[in-house]
Design a protein around this ligand. Structure first.
Ligand SMILES: [Zn+2]
Length: 193
């Protein structure tokens, strides 16, 4: 499950990379020529190998683009530009774009609005723990469930998995190695029957 947890972004004047300027120059020429790709609303009628986008539905000469400034698609710029802004980038009048950047420097993604969300920075990933502490009333119950999921695991592995969830030790107390070994021996034998 992914829960949105937005981190405020930092306003940045981002120099326009040559690749983006070249792309927007092409787009500007298509707009000037009233090319259908710039007059029909779309997400991706306008493309190059590092960007795609199109006319925003219901807008007058306002375009949305996704630009990948580096290798791959991990880092992206989400842009919205008017036809005039595109022309200004194309002819060099606008050498940079005011964008909202992720504060995590290793991300590098930027957005036209501070209200946009980054897929990587603005969500928590919640992996449900395999064995939740609330399901068990004793260490023995937990060990039985663990051994059913992890056949032939070493007692120390089982203790490691148990201790990785502090809630378990708080509610059920700690395993001794002897106890873990004894329970695993019992349940592993039982599983094999
Ligand atoms: Zn980010």
């Amino acid at each position: 499950m992914r829960t949105e947890r937005r981190i405020p972004k930092r306003f940045t004047q981002a120099p326009v990379p040559k690749k983006l300027r070249d792309f927007l120059s092409d787009v500007g020429r298509l707009i000037a020529a009233r090319d259908e790709r710039t007059t029909v609303p779309s997400d991706d009628l306008l493309q190059c190998d590092q960007a795609y986008g199109g006319l925003i539905d219901g807008s007058v000469e306002r375009y949305a683009f996704t630009f990948f400034p580096g290798e791959g698609t991990r880092t992206k710029w989400e842009l919205q530009l008017s036809a005039d802004e595109i022309a200004n980038v194309a002819d060099g009048k606008a050498p940079s774009l005011g964008l909202w950047a992720c504060v995590n420097d290793s991300c590098g993604s930027m957005f036209w609005s501070e209200k946009e969300s980054c897929f990587y920075c603005d969500y928590d990933d919640h992996k449900p723990p395999a064995l939740r502490s609330t399901e068990f009333s004793t260490r023995r119950d937990w060990a039985r469930a663990y051994s059913a999921l992890h056949a032939d695991s070493h007692p120390l592995e089982m203790i490691g998995a148990f201790n990785a969830n502090p809630q378990l030790a708080r509610t059920l107390g700690h395993f001794s190695l002897a106890e873990a070994a004894e329970l695993l021996g019992e349940f592993n034998t039982g599983n094999k029957r």
